[in-house]
Design a protein around this ligand. Structure first.
Ligand SMILES: Nc1ncnc2c1ncn2[C@@H]1O[C@H](COP(=O)(O)OP(=O)(O)O)[C@@H](O)[C@H]1O
Ligand SMILES: [Mg+2]
Length: 293
């Protein structure tokens, strides 16, 4: 056997060390972006190398990370994804991945833009598997070798973009509001996840944690709905898969308005928020550890 063949084999056998995580829920306003941003910073505080990947055309995570999406020459994940599909040559525009990765103080980021809302249409006619475009993009650019964690912020839809995110992710985090609509919504969400599993092409990502957000425990109906949703989730996924609820917290709104994570504030009112995001980060690292064993 030639030397090259065995050398290549050893590279193929080496699984990437990093993990791709996505904050998903097809409902808007449940805290996906806020959680993705602060969890990314929690992981960075722990010493991990983190890339934020904004896959919501509304580009809220890009803005939180300090990107100016209107700047001339700004290039987003949309163009990189289109460029990664050979069949879409007519739509290719020169763009280097390295130039699209913005290096922040704490975390790196690849931004989004409004054009991403046309992703489903742009790739509608191609013959190569449309649901695996993001997964291939991450693999081709060895992003999971460069970063310990890639944190994806998803759009409030359940279309092809979200299917791409589900196929590319190793683990999911699902923020939700504890009400009856969310309960139904979560049902649809898991159907899509099951469909992906049923395709048999890839292993569907694991749900690492459900995160109740914007909870008002003083309202009886909310705490009842939360208890009910929690019970259903635990029947489906096993115990301990729901974090402590995040309450409606003004400091979180304030920090986001300043485009800062809660870790950049030292006042006492941020302590419990930091602890809560540390808990989300610990769940991720514990899951990662258990997964590689
Ligand atoms: N726990 C919270 N307390 C107070 N405001 C919150 C909380 N979580 C999110 N928000 C606010 O709610 C709005 C929606 O959150 P966002 O993260 O953008 O949700 P999504 O990405 O799911 O649409 C934002 O204005 C955000 O600042
Ligand atoms: Mg969002």
């Amino acid at each position: 056997m030639g030397i090259f063949k065995s050398a290549r084999k050893s590279v193929e056998n080496e699984a990437p060390k990093g993990r791709v995580l996505a904050f998903l829920n097809q409902k808007g306003g449940v805290g996906k972006t806020t959680m993705a941003f602060n969890t990314a910073h929690a992981l960075s505080e722990k010493g991990y190398k983190v890339l934020c990947l904004d896959l919501d055309p509304q580009a809220n995570l890009s803005l939180l990370c300090g990107l100016d999406t209107d700047e001339e020459g700004y290039q987003s994940i949309h163009q990189l994804l289109i460029n990664s599909v050979r069949e879409l040559k007519a739509l290719h525009v020169p763009a280097l991945v390295q130039n699209c990765i913005h290096h922040g103080n704490k975390v790196d980021v690849i931004g989004s833009c409004q054009a991403l809302s046309g992703f489903d249409l742009s790739v509608a006619g191609i013959n190569t598997p449309r649901q695996l475009i993001l997964k291939k993009f991450i693999a081709i650019n060895s992003l999971a070798d460069t970063y310990d964690y890639i944190i994806i912020d998803g759009p409030p839809t359940l279309g092809l973009l979200v299917v791409n995110i589900m196929c590319a992710a190793d683990g999911l985090l699902v923020p939700f509001r504890p009400d009856e609509f969310s309960r139904k919504g979560l049902g649809h969400f898991y159907n899509v996840l099951e469909d992906i599993d049923d395709m048999g092409i890839i292993k569907a990502p694991q749900v690492i944690a459900h995160i109740p957000n914007l909870v008002d425990l003083r309202r009886k109906i909310e705490s009842d709905d939360l208890a009910r949703i929690k019970e259903e989730i635990e029947i489906e996924f096993g115990p301990g898969r729901v974090t402590e609820p995040f309450l409606n917290r003004a400091p979180l709104v304030r920090s986001s308005a300043q485009r800062k994570s809660v870790y950049e504030f030292n006042s006492k009112e941020f302590h419990s928020l930091k602890e809560q995001f540390n808990d989300v980060a610990n769940r991720i690292t514990d899951w990662h550890r258990s997964e590689v064993q």
